[in-house]
Design a protein. Sequence first.
Length: 337
Amino acid sequence: MNIIRSAVFQLTIWYLAIIMALSIGFSLVLYRVSDIELNRGLRRQQDIFLNQAVPVPRLPGFDEFRQTQILESRGHLQANLLLFNLVVLLLGGAASYFLARRTLRPIAEAMEAQSRFTADASHELRTPLTAMQTEIEVALRDPLLTKEIAEGLLKSNLEEVAKLKALSDGLLRLTREDGQRDTWETLDIKTIADEAIGQVLSLATTKEIAIDNHISNFEVQGDRVSLVELLVILIDNAIKYSDAKTTVKLTSHQRGQTVTIAVIDQGHGIKASDLPHIFDRFYRADPSRSKERTNGYGLGLSIAKKIVDVHGGTIDAKSVLDKGSTFFVRLPLASNN
Ligand code: ADP
């Protein structure tokens, strides 16, 4: 990314400028101090000569010789300091570049994730929009467009609009910041589970899927709406990815200061190679197995993960293909448990 490259460059220049300012300042002070010391030494030498009882005869050309030596020493000192500063410039340049890259790495990663997210979202938005556009254009070009055809078209468009709305809701949910703990309350997970089951019951009934609820009364701290949403996502998936007339089971267990909620289904299962990615945004396992049968954009589990993260918990899954999947949510218990 160009912006990051130029930021790395600018930061490198700043770091290097600071290093060089220190190094040149240090060299100037060193040069000045050495010069003062040299002059003081010479003056002391001269005083010794002058204070001798028997005057020491001055060799001819002694003063010139001394002057040349002073100039030579100064020259050596200047050359050494110049060399020192050149080495600092080279090593400092490399170190500054390394440091600048390290400093900007998290920002670069966040920007990359953001642009990947925007690209994926735009791609997902394009598909239903293109479908709608094509249908409308074809209908408008049809001179024999009847009321029935138009009605069919509007119905189909409405379906696409519903999908788009679900997608934009999901996207908004993912980008929303919801870490405000001041609205949190002590919640009983049994009540949360009952509310979530209530929301997915009609889907379960349509598929004749039984929901076997064994969630006990455990208290956690959190946002009620988000925790209900979390369980709705998991139970909804369990129903979506299971055949009719199976059972979805919910359990809860305490371990130390944590409660583990498990959502167990007897559904299609998830391939081992897909399992590490299912919590990624827009990830849908094996489209040939899932996309044809169910609607969705692969946002549910990433929203679930975000909710669990905000609540200081963890989420993971295990699955056996064609046998079923289990999703585990671990949440810290409220301190009075
Ligand atoms: P969506 O359901 O909209 O596709 P999710 O993020 O909820 O998106 O799930 C991601 C993918 O994980 C799904 O497409 C599906 O392939 C897989 N998955 C999630 N839950 C289950 C489950 N209970 N059984 C089988 N596969 C599942």
